[in-house]
Structure formats: structure tokens, C-alpha cells
Design a protein around this ligand. Structure first.
Ligand code: FES
Ligand code: FES
Length: 172
């Protein structure tokens, strides 16, 4: 049965009406019109739906919306504000997150379908490890549970370059 659930998404409190077990991905896309997270497999096996929940990557396709009530959810759309927030009141909320800018500068996307999940994974990695080696980047994208991040277009080398570029930018 549907019930009222309050979420904090990209810094804003949002009230939705949904069954508690509705996947977070459906609520983000269909109720809140945040279409950055994508439906790929629906089984936590591809990474296209990844979002940050309290700063850590989570697969929104298998996450019941009720489980994130009271937690901070960030989608790809919220990365500029997330980055600006790290610089206090002086932060520019219109500026892209360094990860997003690096993705543009390295021309990573091909079809683009997987890329919002890839950028979420990169933000998660750089929060935990500000200067990852190539081996650590590969490990983060392939060996971090619940599954590798899949790109059918094969943009993996460009992703490594973009993560390294973003790391340099974020480390000043
Ligand atoms: S759609 Fe969620 S991991 Fe594939
Ligand atoms: S850019 Fe096409 S699936 Fe990754």
C-alpha cells in the first residue's frame, strides 16, 4: 500500500507517495523526474542506476525507497551542489563537479547510457581515495560489490584518464 515518504534528494527534502518496497530508481525517475540514474539490468549487475546514499554508491534499482528515508541521496544531477557544498557558502552551485568536468574534457561518453553511474562510482572512489593508482581505479570499477560497472561501448580507458584528471583537479 502506498504511503507518504520523505526523502532528501540532492539537498532538497522531497515528499513522495509510494509503496515502501518501490525501487528508489523508479521514484527518482518517475516521481522526481531525475533521469540521470538509468535502468539497465534491474538486478544490481550493471551500475547504470548508481546513486550516492550518505556519500556511498548504491544501486537504486534494488534499493527500496523506504530504506533511504532520512538519508542523503545524491544523483548525477546533484553533483554540482554536492561539490559546492564542500566549499561552504562561497561554493558555486552552477559549476560542474570536477568529475563531470573531467568526463567532458576526456570525452568519455559514447552512447552515454552507463556514464552517470560511472561518474557516481568515480565520486565514491575519490571520496575514499583522493589519489588512486590505475590499478586502484580498475579495482574500484570492477571488483567493488555488488558488481562491475559495465560499459557496452568500451569506454574504460577514457574513464581511467578522467578519474585521474578529476583527482588532480580535486587535489588542487
Ligand atoms: S540497473 Fe541497477 S545495477 Fe543495473
Ligand atoms: S558509453 Fe555506451 S554503454 Fe557506456
Amino acid at each position: 500500500m502506498a504511503s507518504a515518504i520523505t526523502l532528501t534528494v540532492n539537498g532538497d527534502r522531497r515528499a513522495v507517495t509510494a509503496s515502501p518496497d518501490t525501487p528508489l530508481l523508479y521514484v527518482l525517475r518517475n516521481e522526481l523526474h531525475l533521469t540521470g540514474p538509468r535502468f539497465g539490468c534491474g538486478l544490481a549487475q550493471c551500475g547504470a542506476c548508481a546513486v550516492l546514499v550518505d556519500g556511498a554508491e548504491m544501486r537504486s534499482c534494488i534499493t527500496p525507497v523506504s530504506s533511504v528515508a532520512g538519508k542523503r541521496v545524491h544523483t548525477i544531477e546533484g553533483l554540482p551542489a554536492l561539490w559546492a557544498g564542500k566549499h561552504g557558502a562561497s561554493g558555486d552551485k552552477s559549476a560542474l563537479h570536477p568529475v563531470q568536468q573531467a568526463w567532458i574534457d576526456e570525452q568519455v561518453p559514447q552512447c552515454g547510457y552507463c556514464q552517470s553511474g560511472m561518474m557516481i562510482a568515480a565520486v565514491d572512489l575519490l571520496q575514499k581515495n583522493p589519489s588512486p593508482t590505475v590499478a586502484q581505479i580498475k579495482d574500484a570499477f570492477t571488483n567493488t560489490p555488488p558488481s562491475p560497472h559495465l560499459c557496452r561501448c568500451g569506454t574504460y580507458n577514457a574513464i581511467i584518464s578522467a578519474v585521474q584528471r578529476a583527482a588532480r583537479a580535486m587535489n588542487g
